[in-house]
Design a protein around this ligand. Structure first.
Ligand code: 1CP
Length: 336
């Protein structure tokens, strides 16, 4: 029996569609907060296989989604490159910024630092129900680069765009991230990840003239490398905010595209070839609100996608104050 999510990523339209949610593991769940409160260091928490596996499984146990997403973070790659990464409580990630070639020369990828993630994957696969797919992931190079350069989240990425126009620096950074991210995703596939998602959460901060160099080209290079090692593991790209560039993004070789909530579904259907699965795109604010507005919008999305290979998801991650009962109601509605 081929799992539902994998059938969709192979190009089949399945009714009802499979469902999972970005950030389905995380702070909106009391059982997550209970475990997390005992771990002051977030990076260490991500690199503790027993805890990370437990947190990966929590939402699946509670809500019976069709997929589990590995509990980890996109900033584990800079950590494995040797950049100093830490999380300030209540403020988010901090990194010792890298802004020149001399800084890049001090970094090199140490796969051993991410070995615990592979152990997490093996633990999750042992306990995962037969019909549930395990999705591994990494940040896409531009998105990870914004954190490496800015040293934090929450900026407008001005500095990242400026440095993206410095060919020597940006070319070397993209090469380093393509190699590290590919090795990391291949190792996840070796360990048992059944599908992979590349989070390009900040595609929307890239101007058109940089889009090929910062987003399309590095994404395509990663897909080529991962597919060479694992031709049968499908890859979903999530180019959040890519707007009218979905057709170009589809040509990178992705098997599925995650759509953010600002994307018009008819436009996405028209611009992405029909063999590529679409995923999305309920507004996380409607999941937070719950009730009739959420249900009507979920039904509208399902109806719009009924003839496409389609995976129901949000347009971005579950928001922290979201009541878990709203998640339960949404998953049941989609699966009914
Ligand atoms: O205190 C806590 O418990 C930390 C909150 C948290 C969680 C639950 C962070 C810090 N990361 C994660 C887990 C995580 N991050 C997962 C696995 C869990 C799941 O999805 O169910 C995944 C896939 C990510 C990916 C991630 N991390 C992205 C891409 C997705 C997105 O949200 O756009 C990004 C941009 C990050 C960086 C990051 N990590 C954590 C925070 C708060 C942030 C965002 C910082 C910012 O605002 O720029």
């Amino acid at each position: 029996m081929v799992k539902k999510l994998l059938r969709v990523l192979a190009g089949e339209a399945v009714t009802p569609p499979p469902v999972w949610l970005m950030r389905q593991a995380g702070r909106y769940l009391p059982e997550y907060r209970a475990l997390r409160s005992q771990a002051p260091d977030f990076i260490k928490f991500c690199l503790s296989p027993a805890e990370a596996a437990e947190v990966t499984l929590q939402p699946v146990r509670r809500f019976h989604m069709d997929a589990a997403i590995l509990f980890a973070d996109i900033l584990l790659v800079p950590h494995a490159l040797g950049q100093k990464v830490w999380f300030e409580t209540g403020e988010g990630p901090r990194l010792e910024p890298v802004r020149d070639v001399a800084g890049l020369k001090k970094l090199s990828y140490d796969a051993g630092k991410l070995a615990p993630v592979m152990e997490t994957i093996r633990l999750v696969r042992k306990d995962l129900p037969d019909n549930v797919t395990l999705i591994g992931f990494a940040g896409a190079p531009w998105t990870v680069a914004t954190y490496m350069i800015e040293g934090q989240g929450g900026t407008g990425h001005e500095l990242s765009r400026t440095l993206a126009r410095d060919d020597a620096f940006f070319g070397a950074l993209m090469d380093m991230l393509v190699d590290a991210t590919s090795a990391y995703l291949i190792a996840q596939g070796d360990a048992g990840a059944e599908a992979l998602q590349l989070f390009e959460s900040w595609a929307g901060s890239v101007p058109p003239e940089l889009f090929a160099r910062a987003v399309l080209d590095p994404t395509q290079r990663i897909i080529n490398k991962v597919k060479a090692a694992h031709p049968n593991i499908p890859i979903i790209g999530f180019p959040r905010g890519a707007g009218d560039k979905l057709a170009a993004y589809a040509a990178t070789g992705v098997d599925g595209i995650g759509l953010d909530q600002m994307t018009d579904l008819a436009a996405a259907i028209a611009s992405v070839p029909a063999r590529i699965a679409l995923q999305g795109n309920l507004d996380p604010e409607l999941l937070l609100a719950g009730g009739g507005v959420m249900e009507n919008e979920a039904r509208r999305i399902i109806a719009a996608m009924k003839d496409r290979p389609f995976i129901f998801n949000l347009g971005h991650g579950v928001m922290q104050p979201t009541p878990p009962e709203h998640v339960a109601a949404l998953v049941s509605l989609v699966q009914a």
